[in-house]
Design a protein around this ligand. Structure first.
Ligand code: SF4
Ligand code: SF4
Length: 254
């Protein structure tokens, strides 16, 4: 595992853990979406995370956060593919699971559950616990950690789900959700969330991210964006819509 950790670090992975493939036998995840359904020889699931930069997230929804979201997802996919390949070279079966394996918002409307849940993999690996917002909260980054998974036949030292919940039930995510999708009991109405994100996508500023931004959990401090920074970002969105690249350049380079 230390070899994989070192390799993952070179690709920007900040947190890495592993979950026992048999942990999925607890029945929480339905059959057909468990690791051994994807790869029958799977014994362990490697889970890797990259945090979202809080300062950028605080501008969400914005074109700035939209870019960050894409970049982090791509970084996770690239790292997972490399780790799977390394495991193959070491003689193990291994396959990576794409970060977002669904067909856009239309695909999510047809089936809002991922074909493999990276969030549950992270919880089974002991890397965090679920919050009221339906996201995995981690000690250092709260819900601002995005995960990707690699299934492997290698028997790796695995973590266990933590008994302690990091969520303090402050309801900030409930009150901040613009579509009223989050209930205080922790259920999330995915249709409401999708409706809102579809509207944002038309303006090029999806995903929403408010329930990720407002959560107070996480020990890593970061400066909020300055007022001037917020103004610049608003200018970026406006100028992008006008397709005026020169104006954008002069704005951000001032
Ligand atoms: S992403 Fe936005 S709309 Fe969806 S649950 Fe979070 S706050 Fe609500
Ligand atoms: S904002 Fe509060 S209630 Fe929501 S997940 Fe974070 S700690 Fe829990």
């Amino acid at each position: 595992m230390s070899h994989l950790r070192a390799l993952a670090r070179t690709m920007g992975i900040v947190d890495i853990g592993a979950a026992d493939a048999d942990a999925w036998n607890d029945g929480v995840i339905p059959e057909g979406k468990r690791p051994k359904d994807v790869m029958t020889s799977c014994r362990s699931v490697v889970v890797m995370g990259i945090p979202l930069q809080k300062t950028v997230l605080d501008t969400a929804p914005s074109i700035y956060y939209s870019h960050l979201y894409s970049v982090v997802n791509s970084s996770l996919d690239i790292a997972a593919e490399r780790i799977a390949l390394e495991l193959n070279i070491l003689g193990h079966d291994a396959v990576y699971v794409p970060r977002d394996g669904y067909k856009g918002i239309k695909g999510l409307r047809a089936d809002c559950s991922a074909f493999f849940s990276h969030k549950h993999a992270a919880v089974y690996a002991g890397m965090g616990s679920f919050g009221t917002n339906g996201l995995v909260l981690t000690e250092r980054h709260g819900p601002r950690m995005r995960f990707v998974s690699v299934l492997t036949s290698a028997e790796l030292p695995c973590g266990k789900p933590t008994e302690k919940s990091l969520c303090i039930r402050c309801s900030l995510c409930v009150r901040s959700c613009p579509s009223g999708a989050i209930s205080p009991d922790g259920s999330v109405d995915s249709t409401r969330c999708l409706d809102h994100n579809e509207e944002l996508a038309k303006r090029g500023v999806s995903p929403c991210g408010r329930c990720v931004a407002v959560c107070p959990i996480g020990s890593i401090a970061s400066a909020p964006p300055s007022d001037r920074g917020r103004t610049t970002i608003s200018g970026y969105v406006l100028r992008r819509n006008l397709n005026n690249r020169h104006a954008y350049r002069t704005t951000v380079q001032r």
